[in-house]
Design a protein around this ligand. Structure first.
Ligand code: SAM
Length: 277
């Protein structure tokens, strides 16, 4: 692996038993960007460049971690979301492309203030603030996740008001125009269907909700939101594709109107918007 042009064939040779070639090539390019700062076309321009032994060792270590099933984002400690760089670690969920779709939808609306509940890496409020001049706060129960979110706000040069709060025992929220939440929504019983790289590495606090009470977070957040949103305020949820109808019923019962269910790029019911009457 002495030259830039050797990296991708080396990754494929080392990892072909654990992943498809397309995914391995993507890991290789992400690693090259991280360690050498080259994008895909710069890899071609610099294909004959020699790589130092220290950097070769770091590529080899990344490959070993990938073989151990650790997601590339945790190995490198960073990921990209909505075109921005975010730090991630074992306390924060790796932001998903579906959540970028939710941010895109939110940004189509006019508002002056927003609150994100269960912020994790802070990806949602930071991406919003970077694209819209609004006042924005964000809540999480996890102190270590909030530390990462604060670092990410600094890294991306935005000001967010972060609060450590357990939403399940909160009885009041600040009055805002928009409330957003991508709460834990994977059922405990869905664990068996999940890939081990997610199950073994991502924080269970961010992922799972009990089989007995799958709408726990949605009910609590919707009730609080109805009480605290401004008039005509908007509530946005990311949801488990199996619970769209139940969550719509729940929102209607609470008093929300004009409820809209939206599919993600994979045609799964993934996002909901509701208006406070
Ligand atoms: C599905 S993750 C979403 C993270 C981030 N918003 C994203 O979209 O990538 C859910 C988040 O809710 C937080 N959370 C779990 N229980 C909570 C609670 N009772 N109160 C507040 N936040 C909670 C977790 O720490 C986690 O960061």
């Amino acid at each position: 692996m002495e030259k830039v042009s050797n990296i991708i064939p080396y990754y494929i040779k080392q990892l072909k038993d654990i992943a498809k070639e397309r995914e391995i090539i993507s890991w290789a390019y992400i690693s090259i960007d991280f360690l050498l700062g080259y994008n895909r076309s710069e890899c071609i321009i610099n294909s004959d460049k020699e790589i130092g032994i220290d950097i070769i060792d770091r590529f080899r270590q990344i490959i070993e971690d990938l073989k151990a099933n650790i997601p590339i984002q945790y190995i490198l400690g960073e990921t990209e979301f909505y075109g921005l760089k975010f730090k991630v670690n074992k306390h924060t969920l790796i932001p998903r492309p579906e959540t970028e779709e939710l941010v895109l939808w939110i940004l189509e609306h006019e508002f002056n203030s927003a609150l994100d509940i269960g912020t994790g890496s802070g990806c949602i409020p930071i991406a919003i603030k970077k694209n819209k001049n609004v006042e924005i706060s964000a809540i999480d129960v996890s102190e270590p996740a909030l530390l990462v979110a604060k670092e990410n706000a600094k890294k991306n040069e935005v000001k967010i008001n972060f609060l450590k709060q357990d939403i399940l025992i909160t009885d009041n929220l600040e009055r805002v125009d928009v409330i957003i939440s991508n709460p834990p929504y994977v059922l405990e019983k869905e664990k068996d269907l999940m890939l081990s790289n997610v199950l073994d590495n991502e924080p269970h606090l961010a992922l799972f909700v009990s089989n007995k009470n799958p709408l726990l977070f949605y009910k609590k957040i919707a009730e609080l939101s109805y009480a605290c949103l401004s008039k005509n305020g908007l509530l946005f949820f990311e949801i488990n594709e199996s619970f769209g109808i139940e969550i719509i019923e729940l929102l209607k019962c609470i008093g929300f109107v004009d409820i809209e269910l939206k599919k993600d790029i994979n045609e799964k019911d993934r996002m909901l918007k509701a208006i406070k009457n």
